[in-house]
Write a protein that binds this ligand. Structure first.
Ligand code: FRU
Length: 570
C-alpha cells in the first residue's frame, strides 16, 4: 500500500542555478521504500512550480518540467523517501551552443572526475556504441548507447552530444527513451539499441532521421525490430514508427536483427545494413528504399556479406563508407562490423572488428581484401559517415570481454579517425584537428636519450620517427594499475599490457607491422597507437582512471631519429 502522507516535511535543497523562463528540467526519481511514495516539489524563487509523486521503487521515473518563469531553483524532497538519479536543465534556444547544465547526479552514476581527460565521455551513467554519428545543421552530432542511472549496461537509451571539431563536445538532453514497458524495471530487457542517422530535407531546412533497433527480450516472434523517428530541432525525437517489423524470411536467421546503418548508395538511394546471424556465422543484410525521406518503403535486397571466422556469432554494428567519390565505379567501399564472440587463436583477442574493402554497385558487394580495424581490439561498434572530403568515424573504447557485472566501468569513445585508402590498405589516422590539443612540447631529447621522462599529467602524445621501417624499440610507461608499453620487433608492433593479477592477457599485436612513424596517445583509461598514418591502429582500454606518470624508451643507437612528447589539453 502506498501512503502519500508525508510524515517528515520535505527539505528544500537549493540547486545552485538561476534558470530562465522557458528552461526545461529533466529529472529521474524513485521511491526508496514500497510503503512510502516519493514526493518532490520544484520551487522557483520560492513559488511552487511542480509537484511530482511516484510510488515506483524498481527504476527511476523520468519527468520533464518547463519553467513558466525564471529564477532560483530549489528542489524539495525527503532524502529518506526519495532517490534522485539525475537532474539537468537546459534552455532549448541555447542548448546546442551551451549544452545541458547538470544540477545533480547520484554518486552511483557520476562520471569520473578526470581533470585532464580529452576523450569523449558521457556526463553520467553508462555508455557503449556510438550511434547516429553525422553532421546535421552544420554541427557534428554524436548519439550513443546509454544507461543514465549507473555505470553498468542496462535498459538502453540514446545519449546525445554536439561538436564543431570532433573533440570539444556539448552534452545535450537524452534523445531516445526505451518503450515505457521497458523503463519500469532495471532488468536490462532491451530498449533503444544501436542505429544511425541521416540528414533529410524538411519544411524549414535540414532535419535528422534516426534509425534504431527496439529490443524487447522474450517478445514473440521478434525480439528485435527496426524503428525510425524524425528530429526537426536537432534536439528531440518525434514518436518513432516501426519500419521493419520482422526479419527476412527463408534465411534461417537467429533472433539477431539489429543496428540499422543507413547511408547513400552509389545509385543515390538510401541503403540500410543490419547485423544478423545464421548457423554458419555472421550475416550483414542489405535493404533499400526509394523514399528520399527514408521513412518508408524499405525492401530487402538480400544478404550483402557473410563472415564466419574466429568462431564469431552475430555481425554487430555494420557500417559502410565509400573511400573515394561515391558515384565513381573505381571507388572502393569499406564494410566494417564487429565479430561478436570471435577469438583470435594466435593472440587471444576477442570481439574483433574487420574492414572488408571491395566494390559496391548499390546491390552487390565484391570483396577484394580484408584487414583488421584495430589491433588493440578496444575499438568496438565503429561508426563512420562521409564528412566533406571523406569518411570519419569513431568507436566505443572498450570490448565486451572486459565488461563485468560487479565492477564499475568508466567508459569513453576513441579519438575520431579518418578513413583513407592508399590503394592497398585502409588507413585510420586521428582527425586533423587533434594537433590543436598540443598544449606544450614537454620533451624532444630526454626520452630519445633513454632517460625516464615524467609527465605533468596523463594527457600525452608521443611522436616517434625511426631511421628505418620496423626498427626495434621498447617504450614503457609507469602506470599505477597495469604494466603498459609498446614494442616494435621482429614479430610486429605490440601494445604490452598486463593487469598484474597473474592472469594471462591476450597479445595486442599487429603481426608483421613495420612502421617508421608512430603517434601514441595516452589518457586516463586508454592508449591509442597510430603507426604510419594509421596503417596500423591499436586502441587499448586501461582499467580504472589512473594516468600514466612517466615513460622510458629503449632502442639501439640510431634507431630512433626523434622522440617528441606533448602535454595535451582540451
Ligand atoms: C554492440 C551492441 C549492439 C546493440 C548494442 C546494445 O556493442 O551489442 O549490437 O545494439 O550493443 O547496447
Amino acid at each position: 500500500m502506498i501512503s502519500q502522507a508525508i510524515t517528515t516535511p520535505p527539505e528544500f535543497k537549493t540547486i545552485d542555478a538561476e534558470l530562465g523562463a522557458g528552461s526545461v528540467i529533466h529529472l529521474w526519481l524513485k521511491a526508496r521504500r514500497p510503503d512510502r511514495a516519493a514526493t518532490l516539489s520544484l520551487r522557483i524563487d520560492g513559488a511552487n512550480v511542480a509537484d511530482i509523486v511516484t510510488g515506483r521503487t524498481e527504476e527511476f521515473e523520468f519527468h520533464e518540467i518547463t519553467l513558466p518563469a525564471g529564477g532560483r531553483a530549489e528542489l524539495g524532497y525527503n532524502g529518506s523517501d526519495v532517490a534522485i538519479s539525475v537532474v539537468y536543465a537546459f534552455d532549448p534556444a541555447r542548448v546546442l551552443e551551451e549544452g545541458i547544465q547538470l544540477l545533480r547526479d547520484a554518486k552511483e552514476n557520476a562520471s569520473p572526475a578526470l581533470a585532464s581527460g580529452y576523450h569523449f565521455r558521457p556526463p553520467f551513467g553508462w555508455m557503449n556504441d556510438p550511434n547516429g554519428f553525422g553532421r546535421f545543421g552544420g554541427r557534428v552530432h554524436l548519439f550513443y548507447q546509454h544507461y543514465p542511472h549507473s555505470p553498468r549496461w542496462n535498459t538502453m537509451h540514446w545519449g546525445h552530444a554536439v561538436s564543431k571539431d570532433y573533440l570539444r563536445w556539448k552534452h545535450l538532453p537524452l534523445f531516445l527513451f526505451p518503450a515505457s514497458e521497458l523503463s519500469e524495471r532495471a532488468d536490462g530487457r532491451g530498449g533503444a539499441f544501436s542505429g544511425s542517422a541521416i540528414p533529410v530535407a524538411g519544411r524549414d531546412g535540414e532535419e535528422i532521421r534516426v534509425f534504431f533497433t527496439e529490443q524487447m527480450r522474450d517478445r514473440k516472434p521478434e525480439e528485435q525490430i527496426q524503428l525510425s523517428a524524425l528530429c526537426r530541432d536537432e534536439l528531440s525525437a518525434e514518436t518513432a514508427a516501426i519500419i521493419l517489423p520482422a526479419r527476412p524470411e527463408g534465411l534461417d536467421l537467429t533472433q539477431d536483427f539489429r543496428d540499422p546503418y543507413v547511408f547513400k548508395g552509389p545509385d543515390g538511394l538510401w541503403k540500410m545494413l543490419l547485423g544478423s546471424r545464421d548457423k554458419a556465422g555472421g550475416v550483414v543484410l542489405l535493404y533499400e528504399t526509394s523514399d528520399s525521406q527514408g521513412a518508408d518503403g524499405w525492401t530487402f535486397l538480400g544478404p550483402l556479406h557473410r563472415e564466419d571466422r574466429y568462431g564469431m556469432t552475430a555481425a554487430e554494428c555494420p557500417c559502410m563508407v565509400p573511400l573515394g567519390p561515391v558515384d565513381e565505379d573505381q571507388t572502393r567501399w569499406a564494410l566494417i562490423f564487429g565479430l561478436l564472440t570471435s577469438r583470435d587463436p594466435a593472440t587471444g583477442r576477442r570481439n574483433m572488428t574487420s574492414i572488408t574493402v571491395g566494390r559496391f554497385d548499390g546491390r552487390h558487394f565484391l570483396p577484394e581484401l580484408e584487414q583488421e580495424l584495430d589491433f588493440g581490439s578496444d575499438a568496438y561498434a565503429f561508426q563512420a559517415f562521409v564528412d566533406g572530403d571523406g569518411p570519419v568515424g569513431l568507436a566505443w573504447l572498450a570490448n565486451w570481454t572486459d565488461v563485468s557485472k560487479k565492477e564499475d566501468f568508466p567508459t569513453a569513445m576513441t579519438l575520431p579517425r579518418r578513413l583513407l585508402w592508399n590503394g592497398e590498405a585502409v588507413l585510420t589516422p586521428p582527425v586533423e584537428g587533434i594537433e590543436g590539443l598540443r598544449k606544450s612540447l614537454l620533451d624532444s631529447r630526454r626520452l630519445a636519450g633513454g632517460d625516464r621522462l615524467e609527465f605533468e599529467n596523463g594527457a600525452i602524445e608521443i611522436e616517434l620517427d625511426l631511421s628505418a621501417a620496423g626498427g626495434s624499440f621498447e617504450l614503457h610507461f609507469d602506470h599505477a594499475e597495469v604494466d603498459l608499453g609498446l614494442r616494435l620487433g621482429t614479430d610486429g608492433l605490440e601494445i604490452l599490457f598486463d593487469r598484474r593479477d597473474g592472469k594471462a592477457s591476450p597479445r595486442y599485436l599487429a603481426a608483421g607491422a613495420r612502421p617508421s612513424h608512430l603517434r601514441i596517445f595516452l589518457d586516463a583509461g586508454s592508449i591509442e597507437v597510430f603507426a604510419d598514418n594509421g596503417r596500423w591502429t591499436g586502441t587499448k582500454r586501461l582499467p580504472g582512471c589512473a594516468e600514466a606518470r612517466a615513460a622510458r624508451l629503449s632502442a639501439a643507437e640510431g634507431v630512433v631519429l626523434s622522440a617528441r612528447v606533448w602535454q595535451l589539453e582540451l
